[in-house]
Ligand binder design. Structure first.
Ligand code: CTP
Ligand SMILES: C[C@](O)(CO)[C@H](O)COP(=O)(O)O
Length: 229
């Protein structure tokens, strides 16, 4: 019997405060290339024919989202938590009765506005029906140092990658993994919750344009990528 076509949904955690940006307001609403940072991410998912719908998680009392959310393709979930882990987990809880166990969920940071349809489709295409899931990541190309107190050591960069997002997993697996996760300081992305179950997601090479806008110096970099044809 033919299997139903897989469904892909985006879940965008956007309930952070942007402390490291130091802008005095949540960074996801800062203007990037003429529109709020979050809108770039929402528009990227709306531009991909593979994405059935996008859900964005914001803080319960977010006063800005209604002026940023596009007219269609996106549903706002006012259930943000005290950590990224909690915001994503709360978002998954909110979708419990809307998504099927086998639906794919692509979790993507609102703070990564450089995402485009090509990267979305690359992740989906290369992850395919992988038994665990996949995430965009970049292989480490610099020498890595670890500094503890006055000691500095060079770490082998063999096999080291820097995780990006989206990170895509089937709904049930991701929901169960996040349910089992307890420590937001160690479970800093969605894949680490799945890895804690003893599972290994696929790493798919992303792109520097998909950087996480964390510090003020990141804004000009991502605007450069967004301005490039
Ligand atoms: N309680 C939180 C914390 C973070 N995030 C989201 O998770 C993504 C990645 O987090 P990060 O870049 O750390 O954003 P902030 O937490 O806002 O930044 P900072 O750590 O500097 O405060 C962002 O899209 C952010 O909005 C979230 O939804 N809920
Ligand atoms: C999810 C993530 O972007 C993968 O690199 C990263 O872990 C988010 O970290 P943050 O401290 O919440 O920005």
């Amino acid at each position: 019997m033919n299997q139903p076509a897989p469904r892909y949904f985006a879940l965008v955690p956007a309930a952070g405060v942007g402390a490291r940006m130091g802008a005095g307001s949540p960074k996801q609403y800062l203007p990037i290339g003429g529109k709020p940072m979050l809108r770039h991410t929402l528009d990227a998912f709306r531009s991909s024919p593979l994405i059935a719908h996008t859900f964005v998680v914001v803080s319960v009392d977010d006063p800005v989202i209604d002026t940023v959310v596009p007219p269609d393709g996106v549903t706002v979930l006012r259930c943000g938590g005290a950590s990224r882990l909690e915001s994503v987990r709360n978002g998954m809880w909110a979708l419990e009765n809307q998504l099927h166990a086998g639906d794919w969920v692509l979790v993507h940071d609102a703070a990564r506005p450089g995402l485009n349809a090509e990267l979305i489709e690359k992740l989906i295409g290369e992850t395919g029906e992988h038994p665990v899931g996949g995430l965009l990541a970049l292989p480490v190309v610099d020498t890595v140092k670890r500094a503890i107190n006055d000691e500095v050591a060079t770490l082998s960069r063999d096999g080291l990658w820097l995780a990006q997002t989206p990170q895509m997993f089937r709904f049930r697996l991701l929901a169960d993994a996040l349910e089992a996760a307890t420590d937001p300081s160690t479970i800093t992305d969605d894949a680490s919750a799945v890895e804690a179950l003893g599972l290994a997601p696929k790493l798919v090479e992303g792109h520097p344009r998909n950087l996480k806008v964390t510090l003020p110096s990141d804004i000009k970099i991502v605007e450069m990528y967004l301005a490039a044809p």
